[in-house]
Design a binder for this molecule. Structure first.
Ligand code: AMP
Length: 192
């Protein structure tokens, strides 16, 4: 299986690049943000809890996210590979994820870190906010999300460097240029 984590700060293009990866490599997509927004939309208990965190730009608690992902993995039919988008977002999630993959007799192929300058992230998210309808794409929440990323999510980079699954990707430039960088890495993994 080709299992990929697509990682990076809010606005780094994880969702956009995931769509292109799915099309080219036939992977199954899991975005924890999308799953949470679906829960909010259908007004479930989980959705009500998640909304209070998302609207403040905070992370949803690890136990909730890990349980949600466990459920997804348990109900997954046989697939070619999975792209994990927006997960893991803390070192605790990354540790639980390693165990989860092992329990499912699989492992992670690579973690792709999209590197983008801070001002570019803010510009992209504000632009997205004009059409996304997302309650968290406003300047105040964006600033909070970037702070949470620095403090709680960026340590995940060291975790993947240590287990030798880390791969930096230049996340600036056109969507196609960035995708080209991703393809070079994924093609190498497929050849192995
Ligand atoms: P995203 O769509 O990935 O930008 O996620 C939107 C929001 O959902 C984040 O700002 C968090 O509040 C929440 N969220 C998504 N994925 C996670 C995760 N893995 N851990 C904690 N919170 C998450």
């Amino acid at each position: 299986m080709l299992n990929v984590v697509i990682f990076g700060p809010p606005g780094s293009g994880k969702g956009t690049q995931s769509q292109k990866i799915i099309e080219k490599y036939g992977l199954t997509h899991i975005s924890t943000g999308d799953l949470l927004r679906r829960e909010i939309h259908t007004n479930t208990h989980l959705g009500v809890i998640a909304k209070s965190y998302i609207d403040r730009g905070e992370l949803v608690p690890d136990e909730t996210i890990i349980e949600m992902l466990d459920h997804f993995m348990d109900n997954l039919p046989k697939v070619k590979g999975i792209i994990f988008d927006g997960f893991p977002r803390t070192v605790i999630q990354a540790e639980a994820f390693q165990k989860m993959l092992k329990n499912n007799n699989t492992s992670l192929s690579v973690m792709l870190n999209l590197e983008v300058d801070r001002q570019e992230l803010i510009d992209r998210l504000l632009l997205r906010g004009e059409t996304s309808g997302r309650s968290d794409d406003n300047l105040e929440t964006i600033t909070k999300r970037l702070e949470v990323y620095e403090n709680r999510t960026s340590p995940v980079i060291s975790f993947y460097k240590e287990v030798k699954l880390y791969q930096a990707i230049k996340g600036m430039g056109s969507v196609d240029e960035i995708f080209q960088g991703i393809c070079t890495v994924l093609d190498k993994h497929l050849e192995q």
